[in-house]
Ligand binder design. Structure first.
Ligand SMILES: Nc1ncnc2c1ncn2[C@@H]1O[C@H](COP(=O)(O)OP(=O)(O)OP(=O)(O)O)[C@@H](O)[C@H]1O
Length: 359
């Protein structure tokens, strides 16, 4: 696969310097007689300080990819190929997260990378107050802090995510769903990591709380400068908050680009279908085309492009050739033969050409 370049980032907060590089990453689930290829040869960079949105239907491999990066996979999951390079600040040599020993990994987690899951109830300890949980995290990873300093920091962190100081002594069950999610974010921020992986962190919350928390994540990111991998099946949500978007289909990366470009001119038919599956907030009304059919069985992908049976732009070659991730437009990459004129044998469909998008 061609590695996406850095040129597409939307804001100045997303410089092109990588903090994490996934290269040729593949993960299988070894269940039954045939492995499930949940992540298939993914090459993707996370830039320092950016919000990278990871989108795709349920089962496309988003969580598996994130868990592989955080070294949270458990059997039957197995990384079968690839590396995940962490680039320390200050230009030190990159380190392969997948090959870190237990001691290095303990330091890497929380200090450099933390994770916020969909259900804070699963990550928070039900028998410990939120203040104590922040304190535990700080004590385990930063021995230079005194108890009063840790307490001060716990109050400050909770304040940063919108929880008042008097809640420090609350147990998770005493908090609303939104507050629990905020507390989980506060713990993730405790050691000031460079990377935070958020796996559907607001999906279980109502829309108003979700919007508030997303706004706060963006503000915190600006203030602290961490990079976020934000996972959701809700592409419209990502378009409003991410700098860049990576779209997964059947375990593969099918499109990567700046959020605005992906929104204005998707270059992969799957992204195009996702974008036309929900009504636009602005602009003229459009027919909702959706995506026909269902995702393939990851044990037995169709030959050629895995999306071709559902693709309205497919030509005969799509059932035979596996498309590489190629630059479709400047800074925007798609794994689609339509952008490879020699193989496609027809002009790029207008819908995928970027024409009319004002670029
Ligand atoms: N423990 C497991 N054993 C076997 N297959 C699994 C296991 N966990 C996940 N899978 C399969 O791996 C594929 C990718 O799953 P994954 O959860 O990574 O997708 P996802 O895009 O995050 O989906 P969702 O949005 O529903 O969380 C799916 O086909 C899923 O069924």
């Amino acid at each position: 696969m061609t590695e996406p370049s850095a040129s597409g980032a939307k804001t100045t907060l997303a410089p092109a310097e990588p903090v994490l590089s996934m290269r040729g990453l593949s993960v299988d689930y070894l269940t039954g007689t045939t492995p499930v290829h949940a992540v298939d040869d993914v090459t993707l960079e996370l830039h320092r300080g950016e919000i990278l949105g990871l989108a795709g239907e349920s089962g496309s491999g988003k969580s598996t990819l994130a868990n592989a990066v955080a070294r949270l996979l458990k059997p039957p999951a197995l990384v079968t190929a690839g590396e995940v390079l962490y680039h320390p600040a200050g230009g030190a040599e990159p380190v392969d997260v997948l090959r870190m020993n237990a001691k290095t990994l303990r330091k890497f987690r929380w200090r450099e990378l933390s994770v916020v899951f969909q259900s804070a109830m699963n990550s928070l300890n039900p028998v410990s107050t939120v203040g104590a949980q922040i304190d535990d995290t700080l004590r385990a990873h930063d021995t230079t802090l005194t108890a009063p300093q840790r307490q001060e920091r716990a109050v400050e962190l909770l304040r940063r995510v919108g929880i008042s100081a008097d809640r420090v002594k609350s147990y998770p069950h005493e908090l609303s769903g939104g507050m629990r999610q905020r507390a989980a974010i506060a713990i993730a921020l405790a050691l000031n990591p460079e990377i935070i992986i958020m796996d559907e962190p607001t999906t279980a919350l109502d829309v108003v709380v979700q919007r508030d928390i997303l706004r706060e994540i963006s503000a915190l990111r600006r203030e602290y400068g961490f990079a976020v991998v934000f996972i959701t099946h809700d592409l419209s949500l990502l378009l409003s908050m991410a700098d860049r978007i990576a779209v997964m289909y059947a375990g593969q990366l099918v499109e990567v680009g700046a959020a605005r470009d992906v929104h204005d001119a998707p270059s992969h038919p799957y992204t195009h279908g996702l974008l036309h599956s929900f009504p636009k907030l602005r602009g003229p009304r459009e027919e909702l085309l959706g995506i026909p059919g269902t995702p393939p069985d990851l044990r037995d992908l169709p030959p050629g492009c895995p999306f071709h049976p559902r693709c309205r732009f497919a030509v005969d070659a799509c059932a035979e050739l596996t498309p590489a991730l190629l630059e479709a437009h400047s800074g925007q990459y798609a794994a689609c033969l339509a952008h490879d004129p020699a193989s496609y044998g027809a002009p790029v469909p207008t819908e995928l050409s970027g024409e009319g998008s004002g670029r």
